[in-house]
Design a protein around this ligand. Structure first.
Ligand code: ATR
Length: 273
């Protein structure tokens, strides 16, 4: 049977095996999908061993995405732009192809929620790996403006300069931000510590769409905060998780699984519904 897995550390609580097992059942593909949690300096060896022993493909998550970028034989254009690899496929001619499906997953999830990206004013909070992966796919949707704000402003400036060729992207400090924005995407890891990015509530209005790439069984700190200040449309990163997985599955198997039912089952599994 064709073997796939996700590399991460920690990875025990990953939902990827659950999601890909449902995709495989739905599309009648024969495969198994497991977990691998190598210690940080043994990732390269573990990756090699997996493919030497017949593995067909893998996902890569925190903290290995940047390292995976350096270990594959070939990079897709979107992985090259993202500077990170979350999906690896062993091609028929034995090449390890590194791809990145995170940004495509975000855009697919936004669209499935009916969020319009074309001609919209987007505020992206954070300038780490998650922000970098989102930039090219977001700019491809032709927003009128994309502003990056980050606690460490120089990182936002670097990122804006790097993606400037793809569209109207600028960096502003949190203090400089002036609305109205149509969509705010939180790519910071602040919610992990129950913290908030230092955003003024004056930017939140009833018609704004709020997206937090984080997710949990209950609202993230950022989503709770945005709701308190009047945002009606809030979305967490669970849909992005399922959509990036669907994109990876498509890369590996050449068949695109449906995501709606799988997202529903995942929510049930997490106790969200
Ligand atoms: P990831 O790969 O998930 O993007 P990362 O590269 O470590 O993780 O980036 C984390 C991002 O969250 C950074 O933009 C970080 O801001 P700094 O560049 O200033 O460190 C941001 N971040 C983390 N905690 C934050 C907080 N409490 N408030 C605001 N931004 C925060």
């Amino acid at each position: 049977m064709d073997r796939y897995l996700v590399f991460g550390h920690p990875v025990r609580h990953s939902k990827s095996p659950f999601i890909h097992t449902l995709f495989a059942r739905q599309t009648q593909q024969e495969l198994e999908y497991g977990l691998a949690e190598p210690v940080v300096d043994e990732f390269a060896q573990a990756l090699r061993t997996f493919f030497d022993q017949g593995g067909k493909g893998c996902n890569v998550t925190v903290p290995f995405k940047e390292q995976a970028f350096t270990l594959v034989d070939r990079l897709s254009p979107r992985a090259k732009r993202a500077g990170a690899v979350n999906t690896i496929k062993l091609t028929d001619d034995g090449v390890l192809l590194g791809d990145n499906t995170d940004g495509a997953g975000l855009v697919a999830d936004l669209k499935s929620h009916g969020v319009t990206l074309a001609d919209s004013r987007i505020l992206l909070l954070g300038a780490g790996g998650a922000a970098r992966g989102a930039l090219a796919p977001l700019l491809t949707e032709l927003p009128s403006e994309l502003v990056i704000a980050n606690r460490t402003h120089t990182k936002a400036q670097q990122l804006a300069a790097e993606f400037h060729d793809l569209g109207p992207v600028t960096a502003q400090t949190y203090e400089q931000l002036a609305g109205p924005f149509d969509l705010v995407i939180n790519s910071t890891s602040a919610s992990l510590q129950g913290e908030l990015p230092p955003l003024t509530p004056a930017l939140i209005h009833t018609d704004i769409a709020i997206y937090d790439m984080m997710y949990g069984a209950s609202d993230t700190a950022f989503i709770s905060w945005a709701k308190q200040h009047g945002a009606r449309q809030t979305m967490d990163g669970l849909g992005m998780l399922v959509e990036q997985a669907a994109e990876a599955f498509t890369v590996w198997r050449g068949i695109r699984p449906g995501t709606k039912q799988v997202l529903r089952e995942l929510k049930r599994n997490l106790g969200v519904i």
